[in-house]
Design a protein around this ligand. Structure first.
Ligand SMILES: [Zn+2]
Ligand SMILES: [Zn+2]
Length: 286
């Protein structure tokens, strides 16, 4: 078995471009700019709603806090629905995303981290997507990090066919509102969402405050938190990875936590893990 330290990270990359990813990224970026020539209020509203569906329900609440870290439990149908929302972010299927992120936590800012800014800010932001071996999606390596998801047929299927919901929603937008809806709701919204997520890998390992002395460079960044529905409280997160709540202080706005709390209130989430330190903070404030 090759250790991940020899597969992931810039040192392991031979600089070869990931062609399919590169072409897709180029098309999405160009069409995101073209959207500005088709300003349409309804289309921008559709993009805003889909940004929340993909970014908050999908990436933050499902891919990250539920599937990767198991910060709470839901009925299977809720897990599957939220995971489908996650595929709309164009960040790959659940098994790929979860494995990459678990590897990031295991090797944060050390050899084997797929995207540490210690190997360059651009590398951590999007270079690793364009050139990194993490994108080769080696099933055997991924399965090593996702024994839980790899036995679930739905997650295995969705990991292969993760682009289908994106295409279905895109065609729906086209049928409903024509070209402006697709440009805003698919291309602008997805490109914007990608950069927001990538900022968690780049910016929150570079700039911001550190409440906890973790072994990595993670930081809390209020502006990345605003762009990512709460994922920017990244130092809190590295210190307490299983906590379903990332914004620990009352002023640390965490939309994904509001979403999880809402599911809990509806009886659709249970075993919700919250960092112990949060209770201590409440006691201190009282
Ligand atoms: Zn991190
Ligand atoms: Zn994490």
């Amino acid at each position: 078995m090759i250790p991940v330290t020899q597969i992931y990270g810039r040192k392991a990359s031979n600089g070869e471009i990931n062609t399919v990813t590169f072409i897709a990224m180029t098309i999405f970026h160009i069409l995101a700019v073209v959207a500005f020539f088709y300003i349409d209020f309804g289309a921008i509203m559709a993009a805003a709603i889909l940004w929340w569906v993909a970014g908050s329900l999908g990436i933050g609440m499902a891919y990250h806090r539920l599937l990767t870290h198991r910060g709470y439990k839901t009925p299977k149908w809720v897990e599957y629905f939220l995971t489908i929302c996650g595929t709309l972010a164009l960040e790959g299927g659940p098994i790929f995303w979860v494995a990459t992120h678990r590897i990031h936590h295991q090797h944060s800012d050390h050899d084997g981290d797929p995207h540490t800014p210690r190997e360059g800010t651009f590398w951590a932001h999007m270079g690793w997507i364009m050139f990194g071996k993490a994108m080769h999606h080696d099933t055997e390596i991924l399965a090593r990090y996702t024994p839980d998801l790899s036995k679930d047929k739905f997650h295995v299927w969705l990991t292969t066919w993760h682009w289908i919901p994106q295409v279905v929603v895109g065609l729906g937008l086209l049928a409903y509102g024509g070209i402006p809806y697709v440009l805003w709701g698919t291309f602008f919204r997805t490109t914007y969402g990608l950069h927001a997520t990538w900022l968690v890998n780049s910016a929150t390992h570079l700039w911001g405050s550190r409440r906890f002395q973790t072994k990595d460079d993670s930081r809390n960044s209020w502006w990345v938190a605003l762009l990512t529905f709460g994922e920017g409280w990244h130092n809190n997160h590295h210190a307490h990875p299983v906590s379903a709540r990332h914004g620990l202080a009352w002023y640390e706005f965490d939309m994904n936590w509001i979403g999880i709390s809402t599911l809990k209130a509806l009886g659709l989430a249970w075993d919700v893990k919250v960092a112990k330190v949060r209770q201590e903070m409440e006691e201190e404030a009282a």
